[in-house]
Design a protein around this ligand. Structure first.
Ligand SMILES: *Cc1c(COP(=O)(O)O)cnc(C)c1O
Length: 475
């Protein structure tokens, strides 16, 4: 092919290839339609159900083009009106999400400009935004400036990164694996065991530390287990405490656990994925000792109400973190450690990634911290309010919660577990507000987890009315 032939071919192709780079009028049109959709979605939230089930029939990719109207239509019917409406504030199950609008705006900006945020040299500004979010988190949790960290997709990946550092610091490999011990509470999130498996520690010894009546880890039992394991020639190396368990929102006695970890030279990790940001509220005292952890995770897509897909991990031992995540290439040999830790890629398994720092940074810079804190305080009060309403209606509620998760059941005279399960089913069928269930102290219970920024008193009133309505159906 000579150049002339190539040019003819290029001209021919460009008619179609240029379709990807749409022109301003089309961009404006799409943006307006999406903006209109978003406004309609948000203003309609008070009237939608928290949970519904609809068929998925037209989501397969057929390689043909379509219109944005058509795609929005399908999206509404098969995605938005299907499952839990996490943006509605009527999601009181599992751990609720959020989706503040300024976070969505940040995602739009990040995607349009698409900076390479993982490597400082490639985009010093974007990498700095990622790092400033980590710096801010270090201040919030009183971690030293020398701690390192990164933004991940969520708590599960954050846990993986923290445990890998703990593993490498304590040289848990080869024949040592089976003699190494990890201490977990019975209420630990399942992403913990999953992370151990993924990083090759499936065969470590796991000790489940019993809980007190508030579902907090018993530190004297922890100490007892460690002493016994040491005496038997095992290698205790990691304690995982939780600041806000998924089931009950309990905060383990972090300061007491920190003492034990320090004395026995164990890595102290705190899972604050759900509860962490309550440190900004009147419950700050519960988090005493968190600043002594070797590593911690927290999920801005939970406690900062941001769109799903942003977690964070902080680790004090930079060397251990770099050990597994920094790949020594010849062209990097002159970089100082300071430069090393300016590139998020050296502290995370990810290289090319979504510029997720912007969706934390922009909302915090735009709103300031106060509305976030007020929202968190509001959730603490709403769970109290909900518990009062439940008691007034004859339900049994769990022990006074540390944070914004609690649980209840109805004291049916016979077959109480089975009847409460029926009640759960009715609640899911009704769907006005979404709740989930668990088993606590061998009882089937219905959980209430209040964390969405759009959950308000009115939501709780509706939830209570729904529960009473459902109870009448099975009574
Ligand atoms: C949500 C949660 C996790 C897992 O985090 P993801 O962001 O879902 O991966 C871990 N621990 C606790 C306590 C959680 O609430």
């Amino acid at each position: 092919m000579n150049t002339e032939a190539i040019i003819i071919q290029l001209n021919k192709l460009s008619k179609t290839s240029n379709l990807l780079d749409i022109q301003q009028n089309e961009r404006t049109e799409i943006a307006e339609l999406v903006n209109e959709y978003a406004n309609k979605f948000i203003s309609g939230l008070s009237d939608v159900k928290g949970f519904q089930q609809n068929p998925v029939t037209s989501l397969s990719i057929d390689n043909k083009s379509s219109t944005i109207e058509h795609l929005l239509d399908i999206y509404q019917k098969e995605v938005v009106e299907n499952g839990i409406n996490a943006a509605s504030g009527k999601h009181l199950g599992y751990i609720p999400g959020g989706g503040v609008f300024t976070g969505a705006v940040a995602d739009f900006l990040a995607a349009v400009t698409n900076p390479f945020s993982s490597v400082y040299y490639a985009s010093p500004g974007a990498a700095s935004i990622e790092n400033e979010v980590i710096n801010w988190l270090k201040k919030v949790f009183s971690f030293p400036e020398t701690a390192v960290g990164c933004l991940s997709s969520g708590g599960s990946i954050s846990t993986l990164i923290a445990f890998t550092a703990a593993r490498d610091k304590h040289h848990v490999k080869n024949e040592r694996v089976q003699k190494s011990v990890v201490y977990l509470s019975e209420q630990v999130h399942h992403s913990t065991q999953k992370a151990l498996r993924i990083i090759g520690l499936e065969d470590v010894v796991i000790r489940y530390v019993p809980l007190d009546e508030h579902h907090r880890m018993k530190s004297d039992e922890l100490l007892h287990l460690i002493t016994k394991d040491v005496a038997e020639g095992l290698y205790p190396f990691l304690i995982v405490a939780t600041a806000g368990t998924t089931d009950t929102g309990a905060v383990d006695p972090l300061n007491e656990i920190a003492d034990i970890a320090l004395k026995h030279h164990l890595w102290f990790h705190v899972d604050a994925a759900y509860g962490g940001f309550f440190i900004l509220t009147s419950r700050k005292h519960l988090f005493k000792g968190l600043e002594r952890a070797d590593s911690m995770i927290v999920d801005p897509h939970k406690g900062l109400f941001l769109p799903y897909g942003v977690g964070a991990v902080l680790i004090k031992n930079a060397t251990a973190t770099l050990h597994s995540n920094y790949y020594e290439a010849n062209y990097m040999q002159d970089a100082s450690e300071d430069e090393l830790i300016k590139s998020p890629a050296n502290l995370s398994p990810e290289l090319t990634k979504h510029f997720r720092g912007l969706r934390v940074w922009l909302p915090l810079r735009y709103h300031g911290i106060e509305p976030f804190v007020a929202c968190l305080e509001e959730k603490l009060l709403l769970v109290k309010y909900f518990r009062e309403l439940l008691k007034e209606n004859g339900f049994l509620v769990g022990t006074e919660p540390d944070l914004s998760v609690s649980y209840f059941r109805y004291p049916f005279a016979i077959d109480s577990d089975k009847k409460n399960q029926q009640l759960m089913k009715e609640i899911h069928l009704d769907g006005e507000v979404f709740l989930s269930s668990s088993v606590i102290d061998n009882n089937f219970v219905i959980r209430i987890a209040i964390l969405a920024f759009r959950t308000k008193k009115e939501t709780i009133d509706r939830a209570m009315a729904m529960i009473v309505r459902c109870l009448h159906k099975i009574k």
